[in-house]
Design a protein. Structure first.
Length: 329
């Protein structure tokens, strides 16, 4: 399927639906929004025209140029498939801890009648726990490998309110998506986007209430140490998941007011999983053949716990903002 098919509402709202309290309007916004938009919502997507702007583009373009090539991993011909399986397994830890904590934050402004668009769901990191709190999620992903893991995880968790669509988000029809969702969000996705402003504008276009970005913040010390030992260079943030602060700078430039919070979650990996994970970062800067992979293994092995496992606590930033807000009565 090339684009997103939007099913029309089952019935049009009646004039009686308008006579609601502000609280009731918020609860029923999905049903009555098309009728009352002009009198109820103030669209706040106008961008500020600033004389002085932060030059974030040069820094981000330099990062993208440095990372544009995928990792050079010669030590295992099946590493891509294995790495995808590793990731799908990790996201389920702690009852989907990463996604569960994200969904808890989203529950501050969503309700059981909310409809959500998720961009780049991967294996269902957030999709699975969030689907249990909202009416429907439309999940858009270009990777068939990701979709296979996502659909498997949805079946295992009996999630039947998620529509999975195989398409390129950047090529979706803006007019067809306009104002269709209560929340549009992406998680750990910004590094895949060449034009961040275009991506953010498309998110706002598809939302009738909120947009959100969920992004890992920082890398563990071990992978940084291995990078320095393998390359002979001091680590300078070469594989930091840094999309969140570029997005924040853009959105504040546009005049958006963002809520920002953070949480931590725990990952557990076997030795071989940790080798594959570490190699995926190192391989962007040096070719990882069997010799380099063995050296990575030797460097990380002393850091395993008594069970031979690698336990790491990571941080995540969540930021969200209103695309439309209710008028004061």
């Amino acid at each position: 399927m090339r684009g997103i098919w939007i099913r029309p509402a089952s019935h049009a709202p009646t004039i009686c639906d308008i006579w609601l309290t502000n609280a009731e309007k918020l609860c029923h916004i999905v049903n009555i929004y098309p009728l009352i938009r002009e009198e109820y919502s103030i669209m706040i997507t106008k961008k500020r025209n600033l004389k002085y702007r932060i030059n974030w583009r040069d820094a981000r373009e330099a990062i993208l140029r440095e990372r544009i090539c995928g990792p050079k991993l010669r030590f295992d011909p099946d590493i891509t498939t294995k790495a995808a399986s590793d990731f799908s397994k990790r996201i389920q830890e702690g009852e989907y801890e990463y996604g569960r904590k994200t969904a808890e934050i989203f529950s501050n402004f969503l309700n059981p009648s909310s409809e959500v668009l998720e961009i780049g769901p991967g294996p269902g990191t957030v999709t699975v726990p969030l689907s249990k709190r909202v009416k429907k999620i439309t999940a858009v992903d270009l990777s068939l490998r990701n979709i296979a893991h996502l659909e498997e995880n949805l079946r295992e968790e009996s999630c039947d309110n998620v529509e999975v669509i195989h398409t390129n988000w950047l090529r979706t029809d803006d007019e067809a998506l306009r104002d269709r969702y209560d929340l549009v969000f992406c998680s750990h996705f910004l590094w895949m986007i060449p034009d961040l402003e275009e991506h953010l504008a498309k998110m706002e276009n598809a939302s009738r209430r909120y947009c959100a970005i969920v992004q890992p913040a920082g890398r563990g010390d071990l992978v940084k140490e291995v990078y320095s030992r393998i390359t002979g260079r001091e680590y300078g943030g070469e594989f930091e998941p840094d999309g969140d602060y570029f997005a924040y700078a853009i959105l504040r430039e546009w005049g958006r007011l963002l809520d920002v919070t953070h949480f931590s979650f725990t990952n557990t990996m076997t030795l071989e999983e940790k080798v594959r994970s570490t190699a995926s970062f190192i391989g962007r800067f040096v070719e990882v053949d069997e010799g380099v992979a063995e050296r990575i293994r030797d460097l990380i092995l002393p850091h395993a716990d008594e069970d031979g496992m690698f336990v790491e606590t990571n941080n995540v930033v969540v930021m969200w903002w209103e695309v439309a807000s209710p008028t004061s009565s």
